[in-house]
Design a binder for this molecule. Sequence first.
Ligand SMILES: Nc1nc2c(ncn2[C@@H]2O[C@H](COP(=O)(O)OP(=O)(O)OP(=O)(O)O)[C@@H](O)[C@H]2O)c(=O)[nH]1
Length: 186
Amino acid sequence: MTGMSGAAATRDGEAPEHSPPCSPSYDVTGKNKVVTVDGVRVKLQIWDTAGQERFRSVTHAYYRDAQALLLLYDITNKSSFDNIRAWLTEIHEYAQRDVVIMLLGNKADVSSERVIRSEDGEILAREYGVPFMETSAKTGMNVELAFLAIAKELKSRALWQPDGPHFQIRDFVESQKKQPSCCSFL
Ligand SMILES: Nc1nc2c(ncn2[C@@H]2O[C@H](COP(=O)(O)OP(=O)(O)OP(=O)(O)O)[C@@H](O)[C@H]2O)c(=O)[nH]1
């Protein structure tokens, strides 16, 4: 999966306030995920874009109401990485100003075909002030962590108090993320 996925959170059992409209370009089925954060079940309603090639035709309504956006590139595909800047420009223009953004470099299991270094993802993420990690949908590396971090951030915002502790999503991701096992070809 490359491109963008959006998420909106509710406490489990509540109906989401906003849903993306129906379109053949988006998979809006079967993507609800419940994450338990400190005893609170947070339901994430997740939807995907169909792939980076079609990002220009994305209907902005799909992510206008998203509370979180996961931007995925494929570490074996340079154009998917190059498209991330265009996604970020779109987000800046059309998404909610306080949307939670996370950058993910997927397919970290196929190190032999890697063309994007982990540092390149880190540099891009730092430039935009967003958390970053590499993932593998195949092995599951860091996948649960990505959803957990989003759920924690959204729960923290929902329960925000001026004097309360503030969850720092970037620190959390940095402290928890696993690095891909390195590097049989080096
Ligand atoms: N090895 C490996 N393969 C993956 C991983 N994630 C996805 N794939 C494979 O990559 C291919 C494309 O995955 P998709 O999820 O369809 O990617 P997409 O960018 O959403 O593609 P479109 O929806 O067709 O635009 C599939 O064959 C997946 O099995 C991963 O982390 N590791």
